[in-house]
Design a protein around this ligand. Structure first.
Ligand code: PMP
Length: 405
């Protein structure tokens, strides 16, 4: 009976947030959760989102009716163009279908569920080692087997491209390979364009299915097209693929749960028909999962994405966020190098996006928390947005002393 259900452990990341909130020190620093903070450690509502919100509230026709099952059409069409590129061959050839989802998590889940149900062989899903912890649970929960491929090199604090390529080569033909499109979480390490081509070539050779997770488009480099490069390259190569797209970070719409799932059928004469069939099955899955996606976040994103002036302002807002993070990366590296902190620290600026994988061990992470009131995940990942001009000196000093202990 249900009386035998054991207590599950608390989600480590949300447990960390709770511990931070309960810490009464005025020195405390939150480097845990991946949400953007301004220079005063406060959440930042993008100015363009404020504008879109005002437009929405002045709309006399606005109501609270259900959205269609596949979501707001103006939103999904714009989201598709944003990620695949307006001139994408997949859009021109009618072989891309898109549904609005419960942010990026819901998109990964819908893709996982679709593959678990409709892939004829239910192949193993290969995840990068390490990866966003939720990937493990999402794919396992739909009944797919998971395995890992090497990704991060502890020595170079960069990509282990040889390990990755040989694991993809050794994986059973037709496996599902989950790839972070940009700003890899948790490492901040991305393949170069040349390395992406090598990855695509192994995936092609082994007949694998590339599954892209894109949670940081525009947030990583400040350049929307550049952050979507890998996805667009695979699509141009004619791959069958899918993309989970989140608008949590790049619009600051975390709690509004705005996202999309895109399925791109392989190029070929039957692609459009195959894609229409897939769209019809995805709609049935969506109906049983959530019936219809939430309206507010997708309305905001849709207003911005479909208006050239607002879109331009959004690009500025993205540069504000990514620019401040890049400044914090430079500032931290400079401070550690000036102090002569043991170790090399150039990975802080070569890594990209929301996070830096510092290389701190579990013991050091614990010291930083207990002695210095600095909170980060056990694997030594820090959210760069948690640093600002008021706490960066304190953090650099704490890190320096902890490493020397
Ligand atoms: N994938 C990755 C790799 C992520 O880092 C995140 C955000 N933490 C997500 C997906 C999805 O987040 P959300 O559901 O908030 O869009």
């Amino acid at each position: 009976t249900t009386a035998q259900v054991a207590q599950a452990p608390e989600d480590p990341l949300f447990g960390l947030m709770r511990a931070y909130r309960q810490d009464s020190s005025d020195k405390k620093v939150d480097l845990g959760i991946g949400a953007y903070r301004d220079d005063n450690a406060k959440p930042w509502i993008l100015p363009v989102v404020q504008k879109a919100d005002a437009i929405l509230h002045n709309d006399p026709n606005l109501d609270h009716e259900y959205l269609p099952i596949s979501g707001l059409a103006n939103f999904t069409a714009a989201a598709q163009k944003l990620i695949l590129g307006a001139d994408s061959p997949a859009i021109q050839e009618n072989r891309a279908t898109s549904l609005q989802t419960i942010s990026g998590t819901g998109a990964v889940h819908l893709g996982a569920l679709f593959l678990a149900k409709f892939h004829p062989r239910r192949p193993t899903v290969y995840l990068s080692n390490p990866t966003w912890a939720n990937h493990n649970q999402i794919f396992t929960n739909v009944g797919l087997a998971i395995d890992k491929y090497p990704y991060f090199s502890a020595q170079t604090k960069g990509l282990d491209i040889d390990g990755m390529l040989s694991a993809l080569h050794a994986a059973p033909a037709g496996s599902i390979i989950v790839l972070h499109a940009c700003a890899h979480n948790p490492t901040g390490v991305d393949p170069t364009q040349d390395q992406w081509k090598q990855i695509a070539s192994v995936i092609r050779e082994r007949g694998h299915f590339p599954f892209f997770d894109c949670a940081y488009q525009g947030f990583a480099s400040g350049d929307l097209a550049r952050d979507a490069w890998a996805i667009r390259y695979f699509v141009q190569q004619g791959f069958e693929t899918c993309v989970a797209q989140s608008f949590a970070k790049n619009f600051g719409l975390y709690g509004e749960r705005a996202g999309a799932f895109h399925f791109v059928s392989a190029a070929g004469p039957d692609a459009a028909t195959a894609n229409r069939n897939i769209a019809s099955q995805l709609a049935i899955l969506q109906r049983s999962e959530i019936s219809n996606p939430p309206a507010y976040g997708s309305r905001i994103a849709s207003i911005v994405l479909n208006d050239p002036a607002l879109y331009a302002q959004w690009e500025q807002d993205l540069k504000t966020m990514s620019g401040r993070i890049i400044e914090m990366r430079r500032g931290l590296q400079q401070r550690l190098e000036a102090k002569g902190t043991p170790g090399s620290w150039n990975h802080i600026t070569s890594q990209i996006g929301m996070f830096s994988f510092t290389g701190l061990n579990e013991q050091q992470v614990q010291t930083l928390r207990e002695k210095w009131h600095i909170y980060m995940t056990k694997n030594g990942r820090i959210s760069m947005a948690g640093l600002n001009t008021h706490n960066i000196d304190y953090f650099a000093e704490a890190l320096d002393q902890t490493v020397r202990e």
